[in-house]
Design a protein around this ligand. Structure first.
Ligand SMILES: [Mn+2]
Length: 249
């Protein structure tokens, strides 16, 4: 059996749903038992009560895979952290909190979106703290869809301006923080997205080996990770990486 991981699709148009549908159809569906979406499935999400058709199309597509026996898991990203149980229930999806540890083929694997670990970006971390506050969220969700749409558009423009003004190292996940989390959760592997820098990094953690697997974004085409009992196959633009599980001692 195999587990499929995707993140950072940033879907905001029908074409994004079509790309996801094509990618899923090309997978060995009879081998896959689980799909994990590690955040930023959508470019924006202003609440499960939004009547925008993109959400319905994605839910319909995912429910087709749920129907053939896949279990679909969703871990929120910094764009779609307002996805809730109501949306997930449309395709029987399961919410995964950030961070979470899962057992994959007898290995402890830590799952993150990756934005919380970009510690050098102080301005972003301050915004994140506000947006993840339950009181702020319930106040936001109480506003009209129109008001929420306007806020989201503004936030997106500000985020784009901020991103283009930052140096590359500030926008990456902090390596020490990743190592700390691997130790804290006694995990052999961490899988995350967000940074749009697909790669598999071999890490040495006080004498034991670990892996950091970074998923790719879908800006210029689909990207995915297949995990099975043998290891990892990461597909991204200009990258096809196969890596075995870290050796246990
Ligand atoms: Mn992100």
């Amino acid at each position: 059996m195999a587990t499929l991981f995707i993140s950072d699709l940033h879907i905001d148009a029908d074409s994004g749903v079509d790309t996801l549908a094509q990618m899923l159809a090309a997978q060995p569906s009879d081998l896959i038992s689980e799909l994990y979406i590690l955040g930023d499935l959508f470019e924006t999400w202003i609440g499960d009560d939004d009547d925008h058709p993109i959400g319905e199309r994605v839910a319909q597509l995912l429910s087709e895979y749920q129907a053939i026996g896949w279990r679909v898991h969703f871990l929120p990203g910094n764009r779609d952290f307002l996805v809730g149980h109501s949306f997930l229930s449309r395709f029987d999806g399961r919410m995964v909190s950030d961070p979470s540890v899962v057992d994959l083929y007898g290995h402890r694997v830590l799952l993150l979106h990756g934005d919380r670990e970009c510690l050098a970006d102080h301005a972003y971390q301050a915004v994140r703290q506000k947006l993840r506050d339950p009181d702020w969220q319930s106040g936001f969700l109480a506003q009209s869809l129109q008001a929420r749409r306007e806020f989201a558009q503004q936030a997106r423009a500000q985020s784009q301006a901020h991103t283009s003004a930052q140096s590359a190292s500030i926008m990456d996940a902090d390596a020490d923080e990743i190592a700390r989390l691997l130790e804290l959760h006694r995990a052999e592997v961490v899988i995350h997205g967000h940074t749009h820098r697909p790669a598999v990094h071999a890490l040495g953690l006080g004498g034991r080996s670990a892996l950091r697997v970074v998923l790719g974004d879908w800006h210029s085409g689909p990207s995915w990770l297949l995990v099975d009992a043998d290891g990892f196959r990461l597909h991204a633009e200009n990258a096809e990486i196969s890596v075995a599980w870290p050796r246990s001692h």
